[in-house]
Write a protein that binds this ligand. Structure first.
Ligand SMILES: Cc1cc2nc3c(=O)[nH]c(=O)nc-3n(C[C@H](O)[C@H](O)[C@H](O)COP(=O)(O)OP(=O)(O)OC[C@H]3O[C@@H](n4cnc5c(N)ncnc54)[C@H](O)[C@@H]3O)c2cc1C
Length: 286
């Protein structure tokens, strides 16, 4: 199946866009990794009609509405988007998904890259354990983890790879980490090629090697997700209709820049959805 629109993110911007797109009879897949910024908000007092609901309560309502409207929703990271002429191929969790257009509602926080990771991406550095584990079956790997999801993916790798070393990029709970996995001290400082096919990760005072380094974060930098996207600082550059520098790709919400608020995210999502619906009808300007 080829979806009309792949929405990356299921926060207020993505859910708002999904409703408008479904009203225009477009097929929609939303892929998300977690609750985003709204999931962290204790109470929202500046969005009409919510009467001080928590961020989580609002999210549940938003997603239920998008589902009821007929959007498909799946909890999977989108790690790469590739333009393929009239469509995009997206790596969504372990699968390749096709869509005619894309809406980026990936929120504001994307973490800082480790020096060297971009150069080695796809050549010994991977962002997706589910996608690439089999390439490293029976071989030693190293995971750079950020959250509970990373712990689960590292546990999965420990069943496939000969050994797994685990280094924390951010502090998080490691109690569920499989006992076979070796925890490393320090923070990742750089990733570089070592001898032969091996990759070396440097911390402040040590270095570790493996055949592949899995950097497992809940989000991917926009330029890595889709080469050719132009950014203004942390925000993805867009016109007044939320179109980005890549045809048939729009942006909405915090990913499009300030003000970082639910009301603005919802409004952006609606404008972006209308632009994509228009582009699907007429063909986007190249
Ligand atoms: C603590 C806190 C309190 C806040 N309080 C308020 C408030 O009172 N009022 C207010 O108006 N605003 C508040 N905000 C801001 C508000 O939450 C954001 O402006 C709003 O959530 C932005 O919506 P969004 O859809 O753009 O992004 P987000 O809600 O951040 O959603 C981003 C989505 O993208 C997904 N994602 C990212 N990368 C990928 C990827 N590669 N693959 C798949 N999915 C991906 C995430 O899983 C998530 O679903 C608060 C924010 C915080 C952090």
């Amino acid at each position: 199946m080829i979806y009309d629109v792949l929405i990356i993110g299921a926060g207020p911007a993505g859910c708002s866009a999904a409703l408008t797109l479904r009203n225009r009879n477009k097929t929609v897949l939303m892929a998300y990794t977690g609750d985003g910024a709204l999931g962290l908000a204790e109470k929202i007092n500046n969005y009409p009609g919510t009467r001080g609901k928590s961020g989580r309560e609002m999210l549940e309502l938003f997603r239920a509405e998008a589902l009821d409207a007929g959007a498909e929703i799946r909890k999977d990271k989108v790690s790469q988007l590739l333009p393929m002429g009239d469509t995009f191929s997206a790596i969504v969790g372990p699968e390749i998904v096709s869509a005619r257009s894309v809406l980026l509602t990936i929120g504001a926080s994307r973490g800082k890259e480790i020096p060297g990771e971009q150069t080695l991406l796809g050549r010994g550095v991977s962002y997706c354990a589910t996608c690439d584990a089999m390439l490293y079956r029976g071989r030693p790997v190293l995971v750079i983890g950020t959250d509970q999801e990373s712990v689960e993916e590292a546990n999965f790798l420990s069943g496939v790879c000969s050994s797994v070393q685990y280094l924390c990029e951010k502090k998080h709970d490691l109690t569920a980490l499989n006992e076979k996995i070796v925890r490393l001290p320090g923070k990742p400082g750089a990733v570089e090629r070592a001898d032969g096919t091996q990759i070396r990760v440097r911390t402040e005072d040590r270095a570790y090697t493996a055949d592949c380094v899995f950097i497992l974060r809940p989000a991917v930098a926009p330029g890595t997700l889709l080469p050719g996207l132009t950014t203004d600082g942390a925000a993805i550059r867009h016109d007044e209709k939320m179109r980005t520098s890549v045809p048939r790709v729009c942006v909405a919400g915090d990913a499009a820049g300030a003000p970082l608020q639910v009301a603005k995210a919802v409004g952006d999502g609606c404008i972006a959805a209308l632009s994509l619906a228009e582009d699907l009808k007429t063909g986007a300007p190249e």
